[in-house]
Design a protein around this ligand. Sequence first.
Ligand code: SAH
Length: 253
Amino acid sequence: MVIIAPDKLFIQLVFILLLFLPSTEAQNNKDKIFPSGWQAAAQEMVQTQIAERGVKDARVLDVLTQTARHKFVPPEMVPYAYNDRPLPIGEDQTISQPYIVALMTELLDLSGTEKVLEIGTGSGYQAAVLSPLAAEVYTIEIVKTLALRAQEVLTELGINNVHVRWGDGYKGWPDEAPFDRIIVTAAPDEVPPALIDQLRAGGKLVIPVGKYWQELKVITKVSASEIDERTIIPVRFVPMIHPRKTIVEEDLN
Ligand code: SAH
């Protein structure tokens, strides 16, 4: 029997090949999901789902083009991250449809100097979109695992003007009030009074209100005692819930 001993060079070659195999495969998978890169997917999303439906604010369109939405969804949802629909993010919750994120952001009418409160952090995507458009973003999530995961992704993306709190959004964030803008991404039956209280005079609140089907509203606090309310479109959000047990709030960063 003849045994052919592989020479040194062969062993080295096999070793080098093995070293590169897993990363090449990972790269191939990524290429298959976004053949022209995620930026191209984001650009198409903005053009066909958002701009063509009437969102005009160039800064909003720009931010949605540059925000990696696929980072905010679970691995099995990555292929659908730029599709025209909300997606499950675990814990029976969803990341909103891109158009709704864009519309609500446009309705906030931000100039870049504002202190913004978001209720319903969820995946953290809406907060990431707000980040370059506002001075500071405070966001509250009632499901702790979601709050922690959102915080992780925001940190990974180097976003440091978003502050995540695990807590009950019905209470707002009194120690940081007043806010110039408030956005609520879960639907309460009625506008929570604490949120109106924590809005600065002249400030705006963008909120879906109602039980099953809701209406998206823009509420402007004209002065300490005067409120103006505008209804935009019918929408469907997950309900804004009350905590089953008392939550001792926790700031995650
Ligand atoms: N803005 C999110 C989507 C939100 S889905 C995103 O960009 O992904 C609505 C979120 O509101 C859910 O994560 C839900 O857990 C949360 N929520 C529901 N009731 C709440 C409450 N009372 N306080 C804070 N968050 C709440």
